[in-house]
Design a protein around this ligand. Structure first.
Ligand code: 5RP
Length: 225
């Protein structure tokens, strides 16, 4: 499969749902960025939208197109959001955040009346937790927060840059990548348990949030809803 074609096909389909005048959550990552460029390229007198970016990186990208932008706290509710994902289960639950933007992505996703997830086929899993679950934590006492996280049955590894420096999120937090040897049996329950740990800012588990998942393939798309 040509992954680039697959991502493009998913992004192209997603932007069809965006109408003139809408406020649109702009996701982060390589697939979401294709959608941002497609929306930017479509801007005209008859197609104006207001974007709510989920990261500094996406904000910069949208600014280049001259898109009207607002901050996350500026609106309680937005029409639609388009974002990528790292894993998608058959019940449309997701793991997100390997791009490091999970906290803002979740806030924007929650505000969206429609959250469209765009992925290629490689992101589909039977059970979440095939790869790591990113968990964003405060920097203070992060080691002990990680030990608490591990009590939920995973191994937590601090995310670092290629240089070896600790990765710092847009919100000035750290991220632990949590490996669950048998996957995550009950994502909803795990999300609540992790969020109850002092110092955990948010998790990459997006449960009951996606309203549509567009799976891009090399020459076609499939929509789950
Ligand atoms: C960023 C994310 C991304 O949407 C996710 O990592 C998928 O990225 P890509 O489309 O590059 O595979 O959650 O925090």
């Amino acid at each position: 499969m040509n992954q680039e074609f697959a991502k493009k096909n998913a992004a192209k389909e997603a932007v069809k749902f965006v109408e003139h005048g809408m406020t649109v959550g702009l996701g982060t990552g390589s697939t979401a960025s294709i959608a941002v460029d497609l929306l930017g390229n479509k801007l005209s007198e008859n197609f104006q939208i207001t974007g709510m970016p989920t990261s500094i990186e996406t904000k910069k990208q949208a600014e280049k197109w001259g898109m009207d932008l607002i901050g996350i706290e500026d609106r309680d509710s937005i029409d639609i959001a388009i974002d990528g994902a790292d894993e998608v289960s058959p019940s449309l639950d997701l793991i997100k955040g390997l791009g490091g933007a999970l906290l803002r992505e979740k806030k924007v996703g929650r505000k969206a009346k429609e959250l469209i997830i765009i992925v290629d086929e490689t992101k589909i899993v039977e059970r979440l937790g095939v790869g790591p679950l990113p968990v964003e934590v405060g920097t203070e006492n992060h080691d002990s927060i990680a030990r608490e996280i591990e009590k939920q049955g995973c191994q937590a590894k601090l995310r670092t840059e290629e240089s070896g420096d600790v990765f710092v999120t847009d919100n000035k937090n750290y991220i632990y990548h949590c490996h669950f040897p048998e996957g995550i049996k009950n994502p909803e329950e795990m999300d609540v348990r992790l969020l109850n740990i002092d110092g955990v800012k948010d998790t990459g588990l997006f449960v009951n949030m996606a309203t549509k998942v567009i799976i891009g393939k090399e020459k076609s798309i499939e929509i789950w809803e």
